[in-house]
Ligand binder design. Structure first.
Ligand code: NAG
Length: 210
């Protein structure tokens, strides 16, 4: 039997903890950090912070990869800040591809809603390839940080939605990291074993210099 005095003591102890926050809607006026954005004052939060209406509209796939990602990450959808989740829409025109990329901040689940998508990822130490052709209704998970890709392997437009285990999963496309900046060609050749003409060609296509 616990004495009333001790019970009250523990009650006091536990109530001295910080209050639980229901949410932490992103405050874009304050700097963000590894834990996400600062919280907007609750009095300034509205229902629109918890609603994002952009995922019903097809992204513009008139680009080099014939693909468009429409993110509903914390930046676009402040209500997900601090909640460990977010969503994005993926449009792939015929022949479209999301080139090899990683999301440093979160794992991804991809749901194919229309069309056929060949998707795969590569494990980090064994470099094992996990590859599958996904059809409408299929979902595939891409573990956090691993290189992965999606290719429209059907003859018509494909549509998918991706959910992430982070409000800010991040996106780094390998080809862009290598060929869309000013990393010197010779250094790319040395560090990738690719031929210089191929590097120069890709820099030309992706807007890189050097
Ligand atoms: C799609 O993007 C292309 C290339 O940037 C542009 O020329 C075109 O106007 C855009 N289409 C729409 C519907 O916004």
């Amino acid at each position: 039997m616990i004495s009333p005095a001790i019970f009250i003591f523990f009650l006091f102890l536990s109530s001295s903890h910080a209050a639980v926050l229901d949410f932490c809607v992103a405050d874009f006026n304050a700097p963000d950090g590894p834990a996400g954005y600062s919280c907007k004052k609750p009095a300034k939060v509205t229902v629109d912070d918890f609603v994002f209406s952009g995922l019903g509209i097809a992204g513009n796939t008139s680009n080099i990869i014939k693909a468009a990602v429409t993110p509903a990450f914390a930046m676009q959808f402040p209500g997900v800040n601090g909640l460990g989740i977010s969503l994005a829409r993926l449009d792939l025109a015929a022949g479209g591809v999301v080139p090899f990329h990683t999301h440093p901040g979160g794992s991804e689940v991809l749901l194919v809603v229309q069309g056929t998508i060949c998707a795969g990822f590569v494990s980090s130490s064994a470099n094992t390839v996990y590859l599958k052709t996904l059809k409408k209704g299929d979902i595939m998970v891409f573990p956090q940080g691993l290189l992965h890709f999606q290719v429209n392997s059907g003859g018509s437009a494909a549509l998918a939605f991706a959910s992430f285990s982070s409000p800010t999963p991040g996106l780094q496309i390998t080809d862009f990291a290598l060929f869309a900046n000013n990393l010197p060609t010779e250094l790319i050749a040395t560090t990738t074993f690719l031929d210089v003409p191929q590097i120069k060609k890709l820099k030309g296509v992706l807007g890189g210099t050097g």
